[in-house]
Design a protein around this ligand. Structure first.
Ligand code: VGL
Ligand code: ZN
Length: 226
């Protein structure tokens, strides 16, 4: 539709809204890049290494200058965390156990607070980060999602941070696609953010079909996989 005809009055849209207000109805999205857990322990040589986990770092850095805000998340467990197989008698890494909040995969010890494994990959551009949010510090609950711990109730505070900055659109990247990226993207979509996951800037663990389940969960939640 042409907005202005030559001569005569400016036509009204079907429901009358002054033209000067229509401009403000254009989607005015403030866009954040959420970089999930690009830490040494999830990269080759780390305690819970994701294949080619380090191959995404340069592409992530390149995206940082193209958004309004950059958030880094950091998996940050106390020693003896309940998500570690070593904290459970007779359990091996990658076995599943029942926690009060539901099923939980047990992991090798990883991302222990203050350790080199918990540090960001040395090439990840930390100087461009507006916000670094840590998760998984509660000894009794794991936290895959950047928004809620694995009880799906305890908030991390990230939602409030994003909303108070007026951020509505999120691009998510990082490690691992089928765990922390997946849970973060699904929660964000449920909270009403416009969410896209850049598959080329993620890598997966792929444990017992977790990757295809994650793709399904994200798609069902309305996340755009790009
Ligand atoms: C993650 C397993 C355990 C992740 C964190 O970042 O995807 N996965 N802790
Ligand atoms: Zn963890």
């Amino acid at each position: 539709m042409r907005r202005f005809r030559q001569g005569g009055a400016v036509p009204h849209p079907p429901c009358y809204v002054p033209w000067h207000k229509l401009a403000h109805e254009e989607p005015d999205m403030t866009h954040a890049l959420i970089v999930i857990d690009v830490q040494n322990d999830f990269c080759p040589g780390g305690a819970l290494a994701v294949t080619d986990g380090d191959a995404i770092v340069d592409g992530i850095n390149a995206l940082m200058g193209r958004v309004d805000a950059v958030v880094l998340t950091q998996d940050w467990h106390p020693a003896g965390h309940s998500s570690f197989a070593s904290s459970h008698a007779d359990k091996a890494p990658f076995e599943v156990t029942q926690m009060p909040y539901g099923a939980q995969v047990l992991w090798p010890d990883h991302c222990v607070q203050g350790s080199n494994g918990a540090a960001f990959h040395p090439r990840l551009d930390q100087t461009s980060a507006d916000m670094i949010i840590r998760k998984g510090y509660n000894p009794a609950i794991d936290s895959y999602s950047a928004f809620f711990e694995n009880d799906h109730k305890t908030p991390t505070g990230l939602e409030g941070y994003l909303r108070t900055r007026g951020i509505t659109k999120l691009t998510m990247v990082g490690l691992a696609l089928d765990f922390c990226v997946n849970f973060s993207a699904v929660d964000a979509a449920k909270l009403g953010f416009d969410v896209e996951v850049r598959l080329d800037l993620c890598r997966a663990i792929d444990l017992d079909g977790s990757l295809s389940a994650a793709r399904e969960a994200m798609t069902t939640a309305g996340v755009t996989l790009r």
